[in-house]
Design a protein around this ligand. Structure first.
Ligand SMILES: Nc1nc2c(ncn2[C@@H]2O[C@H](COP(=O)(O)OP(=O)(O)OP(=O)(O)O)[C@@H](O)[C@H]2O)c(=O)[nH]1
Ligand SMILES: [Mg+2]
Ligand SMILES: [Zn+2]
Length: 292
């Protein structure tokens, strides 16, 4: 029998394929027409099932997108999942991930969890930082069940990858929204009093109709691949309003004189944190592009 489904994980030479109801354990034996590389989580595949319970992947559908972090096919959205506190948000990592996912054609949804640990003042300063960027952070608390439906609505349809540092609450969030997830999260077991259950493998979870979310291990370091220095400012759209007033029409807002973007940062109209991230990443992309 032929069935279509999505690969939810690959472990030890087996791929697990979900068709909306059932999970099939499959081997990849097919000669794949469209893709020469091996199957990835997120791939939509055709499988052949046999009466003895075995199943083979016989074809992989053409991919809409492909990511290296996490290794995954067909993701449409990236949920940037940070905490307002514990761990503190790393705004440079947020910018890097935003640029990476946007450059791969994904839409980016920024979420700050653990809103129960911070004040309205913290939310206000984060909101202010992203003013004019088109990036609208939402504040949730998995612990107190605040804004969970809002976050769930934002990932409706297709595949979302969740991405952020260890301990932000990614697995806790997925446990809450996926009826099938029952993962170990970073809670320190009181009985055992040892060890944290940090996520070690990427895996897709079914959230609802045609909606999947991919849990990933947390990370703190990320090198931005394949961005040209001149492209970088496209990811800082809040600069646009000031750019026409820079003295030089090709101003990149780094070392130039009479730069309206730098003036706006000094006047507190643009976020200094975002600008400093831009400067740092600009220098990184200059270095990275020197040797290619
Ligand atoms: N105060 C508070 N704690 C939370 C909240 N959500 C999750 N936590 C706690 O944060 C810790 C880490 O949660 P996890 O869900 O394991 O974090 P993770 O992002 O999956 O971490 P990795 O798998 O290591 O990447 C756990 O102790 C959770 O109970 C929240 O809204 N508020
Ligand atoms: Mg986890
Ligand atoms: Zn300028």
């Amino acid at each position: 029998m032929k069935v279509f489904g999505r690969i939810i994980k690959g472990i030890g030479g087996f791929y697990y394929v979900h068709d909306g109801k059932t999970v099939y354990e499959c081997k990849a034996r097919g000669i794949f027409r469209n893709i020469s590389r091996k199957p990835l989580p997120g791939d939509i595949v055709e499988i052949e099932t046999f009466s003895d319970g075995c199943a083979n992947i016989t074809d992989i559908c053409e991919r809409k997108s492909e990511l290296i972090r996490p290794a995954c096919a067909n993701a449409e959205k990236a949920l940037l999942f940070f905490a307002v506190k514990d761990p503190e948000p790393d705004f440079l990592l947020i910018d890097k991930l935003t640029i990476y996912y946007k450059s791969r054609g994904l839409s980016v949804i920024p979420v700050f969890n653990k809103s129960d640990l911070a004040s309205a003042e913290t939310f206000g300063s984060i909101e202010k930082m992203y003013r004019g960027t088109g990036f609208r952070p939402i504040f949730i608390s998995v612990k107190n069940r605040v804004n969970i439906d809002l976050a769930k609505d934002m990932i409706k349809g297709g595949l979302t990858v969740i991405s952020g540092p260890s301990g932000a609450g990614k697995s806790s969030f997925i446990n809450l929204i996926s009826p099938e997830a029952d993962m170990m999260t970073g809670e320190i077991s009181e009985k055992l009093g040892r060890g944290r259950h940090t996520t070690r493998h990427s895996q897709l979870f079914h959230v609802g109709d045609e909606t999947y979310i991919m849990d990933t291990p947390g990370f703190t370091a990320f090198e931005l691949p394949g961005i040209k220095p001149a492209e970088l400012k496209d990811y800082y759209p809040e600069f646009e309003l000031y750019e026409s007033k820079c003295r030089f029409p090709d101003c990149v807002h780094i070392g130039e004189r009479d730069c309206a973007v730098k003036d706006a940062v000094s006047d507190g109209e643009l976020s200094r944190v975002r600008y400093e991230n831009y400067r740092l990443l600009y220098n990184d992309t200059i270095k990275a592009n020197k040797y290619v």
